[in-house]
Design a protein around this ligand. Structure first.
Ligand code: ZN
Length: 413
């Protein structure tokens, strides 16, 4: 992976920020956030987050953190809401805070009360002492992060420059776990979040971004040294199976769980077909999503169809899927800390071995986003299985993420 940093572009972003009376560092933060967000092998669709601390702000240090609802690829300064840094750091001495309390707390420290909610990782960004902090769900990192027992591999691979953080659900607990990891190894330049992704941090926008590129490239090279390639994102190379697409759309509309006009987005590439041709694909597909927040878009497991299925056959399989989804809900809901309401039981991923896959959404945008995540997932899983065994977060952890109150709120927006 190449650095796409360009000094002239960076200067233009810094100058544009200053022309608006904003700090040059915020302009640079916008610039390198876009570099990250525009590379699908770093983050997809609103995934990942970035921040910058302005220590010489009038009235004391502030931190700008990516706001929810913004995409890094086309982020602007208002997409990085500002908070006072000092009160955020005071939470270091509070061992626990609920998701709702954390969101309310962050909102109460926004300089602009009408700004969007700061990322749920805002405290994690605040705790890192560096001016610039970058977080991605890079394809190469996930192929290796979704494996068990990788602590020693990560230590050797990065020669101690990247700290290892065992899986903790995003939010308050993860922020504290990352702070602890940094306290144990203050020299590290990044944190490896097991079954989740990667953080890098530095004093300049360029250094933090280029550390991300370097560490992702190290992971790519490590995979390549074992003969494993990730292939780039690929375009469809075969036509849509029209009959199957219309039968699926009709069956989904009849089910009604996604409204009257569900949309399907067909994908087929060499990587997708290789994934679908895996002997254990039906078991593999049930293991979970490549990074926790994908479960919001693609649900914990897919529906599997056959190429010749007609509307009646698909309706039966959708009913089976709904039963399985309800069983998943009933298995896990009793363990949650608060009562949960079941979400719709319609699949978002439909696998058709030898043919391709359909992403499903209530509208075109949702289907396209799910399709992009699924395309990336097949490349991650192919590489992860070639390396060892694809081992994402557990069913219980997937449930906690899918039914997390803040994530449910995000979907409503
Ligand atoms: Zn993340």
């Amino acid at each position: 992976m190449q650095s796409r940093w360009n000094d002239d572009d960076a200067r233009r972003f810094a100058e544009a920020a200053e022309a608006e009376g904003l700090p040059a560092a915020l302009g640079l933060r916008v610039y390198s956030s876009r570099l990250i967000g525009q590379d699908p092998d770093l983050v997809l669709h609103g995934g990942g987050n970035t921040s910058v601390k302005i220590t010489d702000a009038p009235g004391g240090a502030i931190i700008h953190v990516k706001g929810s609802g913004w995409d890094l690829g086309d982020i602007e300064a208002p997409g990085l809401p500002a908070m006072r840094l000092e009160p955020l750091l005071e939470t270091l001495s509070i061992p626990h805070m609920s998701d709702e309390d954390m969101v309310a707390f962050l909102r109460s420290h926004l300089l602009d009360p009408s700004a969007p909610n700061p990322s749920i990782e805002a405290l994690l960004h605040a705790y890192m002492p560096h001016a610039f902090v970058d977080h991605t769900h890079a394809t190469a990192i996930l192929a290796l992060a979704d494996q068990d027992d990788m602590q020693a591999v990560v230590r050797d691979l990065y020669q101690g420059r990247v700290g290892f953080v065992p899986y903790v659900m995003p939010g308050y607990g993860l922020s504290h776990a990352c702070n602890d990891a940094l306290a144990r190894a203050p020299q590290v330049e990044g944190l490896w979040l097991e079954k989740h992704g990667l953080f890098t941090f530095a004093e300049t926008a360029r250094d933090s971004y280029e550390l991300m590129i370097e560490f992702v490239t190290t992971a790519e090279a490590f995979l390549a040294s074992k003969g494993i390639t990730l292939e780039g994102p690929q375009a469809n190379d075969a036509p849509i199976p029209e009959d199957l697409a219309s039968a699926l759309t009709r069956a989904l509309a009849a089910q009604g769980a996604l409204g009257a006009e569900p949309v399907v987005d067909f994908r087929t590439t060499p990587a997708i077909r290789r994934y679908l041709a895996r002997e254990n694909v039906s078991e593999l597909a049930m293991r979970g999503t490549a990074t926790p927040d994908h479960v919001i878009r693609i649900k914990p497991f897919p529906l599997i169809l056959e190429a010749g299925d007609d509307v009646a056959a698909i309706e039966r399989k959708l009913a089976d899927y709904a039963d399985r989804y309800q069983a998943y809900f009933e298995r896990n809901a009793p363990h949650a800390s608060e009562p949960k309401t079941m979400l719709d039981p319609a699949p978002r991923a439909v696998l058709v071995p030898e043919v391709g896959l359909f992403a499903v959404g209530a509208n075109e945008k949702a289907a396209r986003i799910a399709g992009d995540l699924l395309e990336q997932t097949t490349r991650i899983v192919n590489a992860a299985e070639a390396f060892g065994s694809f081992a994402p977060i557990s069913e219980r952890e997937l449930f906690d993420m899918e039914y997390w109150s803040l994530e449910q709120a995000k979907l409503k927006n």
